[in-house]
Design a binder for this molecule. Sequence first.
Ligand code: G6P
Length: 610
Amino acid sequence: MCGIVGGVVKSNLVPILMDGLKKLEYRGYDSAGLAVIGEQGICCKRMQGKVKNLQDLLDEDPISGCTGIAHTRWATHGKPSSENAHPHICRNKIAVVHNGIIENYRQLQEQQLKNGYVFASETDTEVIVNEIFDALRHTDGLLNAVKRSIPKFEGTYALGIMSNDEPGLLVACRQGSPLVIGVGAGEYFIASDVAALLPVTQRFIFLENGDIAAIRQSGVTVFDRNGRKAVRPVKESLLTADSIEKGEYRHFMLKEIFEQSFAVARTLQGRFVDNRLQESAFGRRAAEIFDAVRAVQIVACGTSYHAGLIARYWLERLARIPCSVEIASEFRYREPILGPDTLAVAISQSGETADTLAALQEAKKRGAKYSLAICNVPESSLVREADAVLMTRAGPEIGVASTKAFTSQLTVSMLLVIALGRRFGLSEALERQITAELFNLPAEIEKVLQLNDEIKNLARQFTEKHHALFLGRGSHYPIALEGALKLKEISYIHAEAYPAGELKHGPLALIDAGMPVVTVAPNDHMLEKLKANMEEVSARDGQLIVFIDERLASAVEAGNFKIIKVPQVENHLSPAVYNIPLQLLSYHVAALKGTDIDQPRNLAKSVTVE
Ligand code: G6P
C-alpha cells in the first residue's frame, strides 16, 4: 500500500525523505509527495507517477526544512494524480500523510462541508487534516488536537502529522497500518517499515495499535489508546542498508530468485539439534498447542495462499492431519465453522496484509482456539496477533512479485508437517527422510538455478503471446497456479492454471497452435496421468512446454513438446524446486517485454487495506 516516511532532524531532511521514499516505493508508486516546515512555513511538493518524477520536480525547485513528512501512494480513493497525492494540507497550517482507509470519511466529509471546509482531492485523507484543524478551535497544540480527533476515525491508519505553529514537532499515530519510529542521535524518524530508514539508523521503536507519539529532537513520548504514557522499547534491527540494495542484479526480483538457497538455509538454521526439529522454533507455547490441535485451517492471499495449498497436500499426505486452505478475503466473510481444536494458520510475507490479519481474527472468533503465523517480518501485526509464530528468514523482499518468501514459506510449512506429524501419522523414518531432504534443498535450488540461460531463450516464445495455460497435478498444481500468477503479475500476459485432470472439462476448448501450455512434470505418482493430459494438448496442436525430471525427458520427447530438463529431485520438497524455473520464465518474459518488473502496474507489495 502506501509508504510513509518523516522525521525531525538537525539539518535539511529532504534528502533523507527522498531516499526513504525510494526504499518504500514497492508499497505504492502511482504518485508521491513531501512537505517540510521551512522558513516560510509548510512547503509541499507532489507529483503523479513514481518518486523519480518528484525528484525531478525538487531538482528544478528545491525545498528544505528540518521537520517533514513524505508519502508514496497506491490509490484507493481517487485516481492517481498530483491533487490526490499526499501530503494533504488544511489552510496552510496542518499537513498529514496517511496509509490506510478512513471508512467513515463520507460522514465526516458531510459535516466538514457544512462547517465550510473545502476539499481539494478525492481522497479519504483530507477529512483527517480538517478534523485536526477543527479540533484546534477547542484545544491547544497539535498533540491535543490529534488526541481529540483520533476517536472520530473508523478504519485503519498510519499517520504523520505536523503543524506550522509547532515546527519542531511530528505526531505519529498507528491503527492497523504499520509505523515505526527510527531513533537517531538527537534525531528521530518515522516510516512504514524499517527498510526506509536503514541508511540513517538501525534502532527502532515499534508502535502498537492505538498509539500516538509526539516526536521532537529532544525525544519521543508515546501515549497508548487510553491516553496513558506508554513505554515502548527501542530494538536493534539486524538488517543493514546493503540487504535492501540490488547489488549486481538488474532487478530485485532476479536478486531475490537467486537468493533462495540462502533464504532456505537461513530459515533452517538453529532449528534442529542432532538433526531433530526443535519445537521451540515455534515459540514457548508450541508443544501445548500442537498436543491440542486436531485440524488445520490455513488462510492467506496471493503467493502466500499458494504456499498454503502446498502445505495442505503435505499436512494431509505426510502428517495425516486434516487441513483446509482458503483465500483470506473469502474466509473472513464466509461465516466458517471451526472446531476449538483447529489450529488457524496465517501465512504472509509482510504480516500486514489486511485480509489475512482479519481472517486470522475471524478464525479465532469462530472458535479456533490456537493460532500460528508463518511470516517474514518479525515486528509485523500478524506476528503479534498469533499464539505461535514460525518466522521465515528470507530477508527483506523488495520485488512486488514474491519469490524467496514463497520458498521459505514452503520450508517452514514442512517444519509444521514434522511437528504435527509426530502427533499424527508421520513415522520416525519419514521424519528423518524429510529432515534430510530439507537440508538438501539449498543445493537442489542452486542446481535448478543453472537453467537460467536456457529459460532466458525459452522466454522469447512468450513475448508476443496474450494468453498462456499452466498445468500441474497433486502438490505441483499450486506450482502451476503460482507460475501463472507470476507471469500475469510482471509480464501482463493473461495466464491461467489448471489441475491437468480438469483440462477436458473446459480449458481444452482454448487449445490451438498458438496457445503455450506450460506443464510441471516431476517424477511422482501422478506422472502417468499427467502424460495422458499432455497427449490431450498435443493432439490439438497446443504448444507444450514441459518442465520434466531429466531422467524422464526421453519418455515424452517424441511429441511436439518443448522439454526443459529439471535436475532430478527425489523428494517431497519437489514443488519448491519446480517453482524456480517458472519464476525465471516470468522474469525473462517480463525483461524481454520491458515491463516494470519490480513494481508492476496497479500492484503493491503489501496490501494493508481491504
Ligand atoms: C500482494 C503481493 C503478493 C503477495 C500478496 C500477499 O498482492 O503483490 O506478492 O503474495 O500481497 O502478501 P503477504 O505479505 O500477505 O504474503
